[in-house]
Design a protein around this ligand. Structure first.
Ligand code: NAI
Length: 297
């Protein structure tokens, strides 16, 4: 910690889906008290229950001690009323990737927490400056963009908006280190680093598929085994969720004033409408049983 950083003792997660629970896990394991809130009734309790089951299995396999398990579980507290986050040091938002909804939430957060509380967003692509645009104190708002699955992907983008105070960036970077992650500072540009640089991995693969060059299974296979990527682009789309990926593609395309190379593909739009969202619903490009891919690859 430096003179500029704030000692973080408690954190609230708003949106306890895939990303929210991943961030909750690494924070709780780092000894930080985590309040879990989700707008959907019962979702936070369900998220905590699934995380508990997973941590218990890992403990049984010897990955954690019983004391570590109990300490992490004690740090995970479900709340039903968002007003209960009023005393936390940091709020991490991981709700739906929609600018208006995030803006509304940040305005609401400012009416609950004091000015010193850091407001962080896990947005994949939206401008941090825009999310903070309706805030009275945008200087305490920053991007804190983790990757899926959070406990395994030990890196996070820390993104200052135009008004963000440098101490907030320093504090979030130090918090990332405490949670076992490396904080990389990125400018507030569409998609930041990963979703800008890595965008073509999905959009070009969709183009190749659309042009009938190869099947999605073969495109995945060749990029994994021939080009050395850990996952093929369609496996990655299924893991991230089409409901997350397609809006991210649309948002980056719009923010770059419809630059052709970022153009999303109609196929993912159709899959979004048809609710073939990937692993989370058991079907996307691939079929899944209990979250395991069914094609033997
Ligand atoms: P998810 O769909 O798994 O979870 C979102 C949760 O937010 C749901 O439980 C939903 O009920 C809740 N929610 C929606 N609106 C809310 C509101 N107004 N107030 C409180 N809770 C609300 O989504 P996921 O995948 O966890 O993504 C969340 C955010 O993280 C998005 O901004 C996404 O772009 C970003 N992200 C996603 C990644 C991924 O691979 N899935 C990777 C990095 C960032």
């Amino acid at each position: 910690m430096t003179a500029n950083t704030i000692n973080i003792k408690s954190l609230a997660i708003i949106g306890t889906g895939v990303m929210g629970m991943g961030i909750a896990q690494i924070a709780a394991q780092a000894g930080i008290q985590v309040l879990l809130f989700d707008a959907k009734m019962g979702a936070a309790a369900q998220g905590r229950k699934s995380l508990q089951t997973m941590l218990e299995k890992l403990t049984a396999k010897g990955k954690f001690t019983d004391a570590q398990l109990q300490s992490a579980l004690a740090n995970l507290i479900v709340i039903d009323d968002i007003a209960n986050i009023s005393t936390v040091d940091v709020v991490v938002e991981a709700i739906v990737e929609n600018l208006e909804i995030k803006q509304q939430l940040f305005k609401q957060l400012e009416s609950i927490v004091p000015t010193k509380t850091i407001l962080a967003t896990n947005t994949s692509s939206l401008a941090v400056t825009a999310i903070a645009a309706n805030c009275t104190h945008p200087e305490r708002v920053a991007g804190f963009h983790f990757f899926n699955p959070v406990p395994l992907m030990k890196i996070v983008e820390v993104i200052p908006g135009l008004s963000t105070h440098p101490a907030i960036v320093e504090t979030l970077t130090a918090l990332a280190t405490r949670m076992g992650h490396l904080g990389v500072v990125a400018k507030d540009t569409p998609g930041f680093i990963v979703n800008h640089g890595g965008r073509a991995y999905g959009t070009e693969a969709l183009k190749i598929l659309g042009e009938g060059v190869a099947s999605f299974e073969d495109i995945d296979r060749i990029l994994r085994e021939g080009a050395g990527f850990r996952m093929g682009p369609f496996e990655l789309l299924d893991l991230t969720g089409i409901d997350v990926s397609h809006p991210v593609m649309e948002s980056i395309y719009t923010q770059f004033y419809h630059e052709d190379r970022y153009r999303p593909h109609p196929l993912t739009r159709q899959m979004l409408i048809g609710k073939k969202l990937g692993r989370k619903v058991g079907e996307g490009f691939y079929q899944y049983t209990e979250n395991k891919k069914q094609d033997g690859q």
